[in-house]
Write a protein that binds this ligand. Structure first.
Ligand code: HEC
Length: 166
């Protein structure tokens, strides 16, 4: 009988990620218990600041290097470079389909500073490809199905950016 390859479902992967996170939490708890309460508190404080930094760095990687969000959401000059100071500031698309695509929109809204959607709306858009009106986003916005952890990192990064025109 042929062997079937069973990949973990997204739900199973999320659970595994949660379990690992919980394990780390338990381990850091044990570490804290062996120190004084004050030491444990200061360790915790430092941990959250640096985990926020690494969350933003991960979000930056997902946006700039994986999702390539700037291909649409950033304006480009004639040499194809992002206009300085306009990263993810929203743009008129500089390409269009070679046949008509229903619902195609010619502009990508600004996403630096996440000025037009709430965190919840952005989370739903990136994990379930459902926009703030409950519909799939118009093309060419890709239908992303990110994990909640990845979407949270993307959102954290976008929020860390200065909104355009400020
Ligand atoms: C191929 C082009 C393209 C890429 C790549 C792209 N987008 Fe978009 N995005 C769009 C367009 C076009 C819209 C407007 C869709 C609509 O009107 O329904 C949009 C809409 C959005 C919105 C909703 C804004 C609002 O006001 O409703 C968010 C948030 C967003 N994109 C985030 C991202 C992120 C984050 C990435 C990368 C991970 C990304 N997009 C990659 C084209 C793109």
């Amino acid at each position: 009988m042929p062997q079937t390859l069973s990949l973990p479902t997204p739900a199973a992967r999320h659970k595994a990620e949660r379990d690992v996170a919980e394990l780390r939490f338990v381990r850091s708890g044990l570490l804290g218990a062996s120190c004084s309460a004050i030491m444990a508190l200061s360790l915790y404080g430092r941990g959250t600041a640096s985990s926020k930094r690494s969350q933003i760095a991960r979000g930056r990687y997902l946006v700039q290097d994986v999702g390539k969000c700037g291909d649409c959401h950033s304006p480009h000059n004639a040499r194809g470079q992002v206009v300085p100071g306009e990263n993810l500031a929203g743009a008129r698309l500089d390409f269009r389909p070679i046949r008509s695509v229903p619902g195609w929109v010619a502009t990508a809204p600004p996403i630096a500073g996440l000025p037009t959607v709430t965190v919840g709306e952005a989370m739903r858009l990136l994990t379930q490809a459902t926009d703030k009106n409950g519909r799939p986003p118009a093309p060419p916005m890709p239908y992303y199905q990110m994990s909640r952890a990845d979407a949270a990192a993307v959102i954290e990064y976008l929020q860390s950016l200065e909104p355009a025109g400020k």
